[in-house]
Design a protein around this ligand. Sequence first.
Ligand SMILES: [Zn+2]
Ligand SMILES: [Zn+2]
Length: 349
Amino acid sequence: MAITIQAAAVTGVRQAEILKLETPDLRAGEALVRVRAAALCTLEQRAFSGKMKMPLPFLGGHEVAGDIAALGPGTNEKLWQVGERVAVRLLYSCGECYYCRTGHTNMCVHSQHKPVREGMLPGPGGLCDFIVVQTKDLYPIPESLSYEEASLTEPLACCVHSVERADIQFGEDVAVIGGGIMGMNHVMLAKRRGARVILSETDEARRKLGLLLGADIAIDPSSEDPVKAVRELTDGRGADVVFNTTAIGAVVPQAIEMCGRAGRMIQYSSMHPDVPVEVSPHMLHNTEKTLTGSISPTERDFFKANRLLSLGVIRMEKLIAKTYPFGQVQAAFEHACLPGTYRVVVTAE
Ligand SMILES: [Zn+2]
Ligand SMILES: [Zn+2]
């Protein structure tokens, strides 16, 4: 049965409005989820600020947690029940392209072409009071995990993907450049993989938080040369793994240099505008360094992030800057766009 829902859509530059939409009837394998928390990620911020040109109205929200309000006909009731608390995966992968078939669902060539159900708006679509989703995109969460923290499953999953790509070994030296939410996720995850973690971050409060969340050492790249500092800490070798979580072009050559022999440098952040750097092929030959990147999580990464949060292995509460009730979504967007802000989460009223 169709219901009227409220959707907090971007309708203009720095303008968010609550629109009324009619949901389609639930199909088999679908659920209606009451959204309890939706976080505002970079995609939503860029759509709101106009930095990313989107067809408007654009309905963002891909970091969502809530509970099941209704199930479509024929849904497996052994697996899912009305009232169950869930984190929701809203980024799309088709399951049928070359990359999906080979397990790289984060590389799906159709990821930007998520089918839009009738009556709904384009975009990941989580910034609503209710959403229609497939049950395969639901991940159960326990009572002990708040909806706000559970809404951050997707950003944690992005970093699970990145940390898995670095294949960290016990006792390795891991440098994390940048202490934003993604940098902090890398700090927490790398620590749990048995590494010594060195955080490089200019802001003192963030360095303190990094040390609290698991960094062994925090260096200030504005007062000392971070490459030299990491080399000194590692008997001149450089780090085994370097994650650049910043979008600062000038940091990339430093990240490559900071990385030691047989090391792995992961370019985690996207780069706007892109800044190409020179790489010495002789250096690559000589050091066997791996230079690579990381983008988005696979379902497997999402599942692992869900486990880490559900079991309390990783806590996200310190990375939530502020929560706003759904009706104040405009203020929430404005706050989220302030530089240096951790996650802003919109909650059900
Ligand atoms: Zn995100
Ligand atoms: Zn695909």
